[in-house]
Ligand binder design. Structure first.
Ligand code: AHR
Length: 679
């Protein structure tokens, strides 16, 4: 990053800074002049959308499997590989094979045949599973272990399940099922740990001391979940999300909705009901999804965090250019979307509302936004207009109040956009690969016309840092967020992506064993613990200091820096770098909470020098005492990790000496929210 940073307060090229006055375009001669923000508290420039800050989710980077979905065992239903029970090892001389001749049901249509012919008390035979890069063992914790089993003639158990250290020498908890019958039956036991040191280099075992053969399916291990939901979510990750106070969950977003092929789409009807009846499917991110995180689980996730779903419906296009033609062929998919909306919103007198009630949730969920597809500009046959139109007409006919979202990001060519209908909202995606590239776009909404559809920035991130973004990325993000918030009469929703990454083995690239498919993800975790990146804390800071109106603010003498765009290599050919651009080094937005009167002044100082800023408030009498919330770093590379989870995080301090006209020094590389109260 540093190579792109030359100096501040010097202008070395042309730059478009729509909200800055002409005075800022003066160079070295005024280098000593303080940047000034003049906030007119009598002039509301825009309303802040109450929906602005939300979340986007999909199965990527082991977001659910090995992530927020609390199941601890990997490949619990033996569908991750058709030939072998991958992620399961045998112990004590036992043998294990997949046996399609002994299915549990029509969806889990295979089972694991365990031959523990030599098992004895001295050498129990059975299976072990190390989970998703380890199994967390915590002190005084309770786990629910369950499995389906069917014993062969001559075998009746017992079967013992246990949590052990990876070498099998230490057992942290165990419980036995004394008798196994010859018919498929579900068994459940509770495992409770004692006063142990937290660890993750552990395994789950299922063993017998009696020789024999048994078929097994759906072997599951759950720790305590958020709000104690059965089949629920991991509490630490839910808490990190709760701290963002998100207003919505775009679900399921991204490529996961589409799948590589039509059969591999998120086929919501196959994700309902008893998890042991769900077939699961291959995700486009190249690993198996059990669909334990099914449609109802997504909705309960929303309910638990007091956010509403933004429902993404499959729109007849999958990533490998597999598509359904608009017209009669598409009609069943449109009906699927209508059924899905009914499942979410219908009362119990409707077919799908009744189904939801049968599954334990009689109350309907709130729903205002439906997104039709995902990134349909990748459809090389350009069929989105026709497909969108068919969905739009059917959904609007039945649910006229729903707001419909087109997936063609605004900067795509006009020819790709929906023309036959007017979408209510357009989903914009952007993933700049440097802080400068993101900052260069921070003012792009300032001058856009307000006459067309609203904008939902449904996927975005400054992709600097791996597996999770660093401070450089957070500075780029915060600059971009000031632009979204200032223009949130137009940009009504935003969600960073991807949300999660399992950082246990983040090799990326083509490694099929990688725990990461996409670097720079908001929240990182392993089996035992989790942390928020600096970009995560930037989200927390903005969402926590929301305000409901944007106050008109003029800036003068904003320092600048010169960004040299990176040369890009495409298909092995390096393109010449684009010309250097002069960019602001400070980004800002000012909002007010109408109920409390608190004014939130958000300022990003992306330079690595301290920056005094002169703040003038017109039409308000500001109390001398307020608060500052500051996140800063000593280097752009500074970041959070599992071992230093809170190295970079916002710090709140009481401040004095505020007035209608004050100067405050911003630390280098910092994001600041000043909370000003009226006197
Ligand atoms: O967020 C990662 C991926 O980026 C999403 O799956 C897709 O929508 C986008 O291309």
């Amino acid at each position: 990053m540093k190579t792109h940073l030359r100096s501040s307060n010097l202008l070395r090229g042309l730059v478009l800074l729509p909200l800055l006055t002409a005075a800022c375009l003066v160079s070295g001669a005024r280098a000593e002049t303080l940047p000034t923000l003049t906030i007119d508290t009598t002039q509301v420039q825009a309303k802040v959308s109450p929906m602005l800050y939300g979340l986007m989710t999909e199965e990527i980077n082991f977001s659910y499997e090995g992530g927020i979905y609390a199941e601890l065992l990997r490949n619990r239903s033996f569908k991750a590989d058709a030939a072998q029970p991958v992620y399961w090892q045998t112990i004590g001389g036992a043998q294990a094979v997949l046996d399609p001749a002994q299915p549990l049901n029509t969806t889990l249509n295979t089972s694991l045949r365990l031959d523990a012919i030599t098992a004895s008390t001295a050498a129990p035979g059975g299976l072990a599973n190390d989970g998703y890069w380890g199994i967390p063992v915590k002190p005084h914790a309770t786990y629910r272990a369950s499995f389906y089993a069917r014993a062969d003639k001559g075998f009746s158990g017992p079967l013992t399940v246990a949590l052990q250290g990876a070498d099998g020498k230490t057992t942290f908890a165990s419980a036995a099922v004394k008798r196994i019958t010859g018919d498929w039956q579900r068994y459940e036991v509770t495992l409770t740990t004692g006063d142990v040191t937290p660890s993750k280099t552990n395994r789950f075992t299922l063993t017998t001391t009696k020789p024999g053969t048994v078929w097994l399916q759906h072997i599951s291990l759950f720790p305590a979940t958020y709000k104690d939901r059965p089949n629920g979510n991991r509490p630490d990750l839910m808490q990190l999300l709760a701290d963002i106070k998100p207003r919505f969950l775009r679900m399921p977003g991204g490529n996961y909705l589409e799948g590589d092929t039509i059969p591999e789409r998120f086929d919501w009807k196959k994700t309902l009901g008893d998890p042991a009846q769900r077939p699961g499917h291959q995700s486009p991110w190249k690993y198996w999804s059990t669909d334990g995180m099914g449609l109802l689980e997504y909705l309960q996730w929303c309910e638990d965090l007091n956010m509403e779903p933004v429902l993404a419906v499959y729109a007849g296009y999958s990533l490998h250019q597999d598509r359904v033609a608009a017209g009669p062929d598409l009609a069943p998919y449109v009906q699927d979307a209508l059924d899905e909306i009914e499942y979410v919103t219908g009362d119990v007198s409707t077919k799908w509302g009744a189904q939801r009630a049968k599954e334990g949730h009689p109350a309907a969920f709130p729903l205002h936004y439906v997104e039709i597809g995902n990134e349909d500009w990748f459809d090389k046959a350009n069929t989105y207009d026709a497909r969108y139109t068919q969905f739009h007409d059917a959904i609007k006919a039945k649910y006229p109040d729903l707001q419909l979202i087109s997936t063609i990001t605004p900067d795509r060519p006009d020819s790709e956009h929906v023309k036959s209908r007017v979408p209510d909202i357009i989903d914009q995606h952007l993933y700049p690969s440097s802080e400068g590239a993101m900052e260069a776009r921070a003012h792009e909404f300032d001058t856009l016309p307000r006459t067309g559809p609203k904008i939902f920035v449904g996927e975005w991130a400054t992709r600097v840092g791996s597996p999770t973004p660093n401070m450089a990325a957070a500075l780029g993000d915060a600059a971009w967020m000031t632009g979204m918030e200032r223009n949130s009469d137009l940009v009504i929703m935003e969600s960073y992506a991807p949300l999660f990454v399992n950082v246990s083995h983040p090799t990326n690239g083509r490694d099929p064993q990688s725990s990461m498919q996409w670097p720079s993800d908001l929240i990182g975790y392993d089996a035992l613990s989790a942390y928020g990146s600096p970009s995560y804390y930037a989200q927390v800071m903005f969402a926590a200091h929301h305000g409901d109106v944007v106050l008109k603010t003029e800036a003068q003498d904003i320092p600048t820096w010169v960004w040299q765009p990176e040369a890009r290599t495409r298909n092995g050919v390096t393109e010449p770098a684009k010309p250097a651009q002069t960019l602001p080094a400070l980004f800002y937005n000012v909002t007010r909470d109408s109920q409390t009167g608190t004014i939130f002044v958000k300022i990003v100082n992306r330079n690595d020098t301290p920056q005094p800023v002169h703040v003038v408030l017109k039409g308000a009498h500001i109390a001398a005492e307020g608060e500052s919330v500051v996140m800063q770093a000593t280097s752009r590379d500074d970041t959070n990790t599992l071992s230093e989870p809170e190295k970079i995080k916002p710090v709140t301090t009481a401040i004095k000496g505020l007035s209608d006209d004050f100067t405050r020094e911003l630390p280098p590389l910092s994001i600041t929210v000043l909370k000003l109260k009226s006197r």
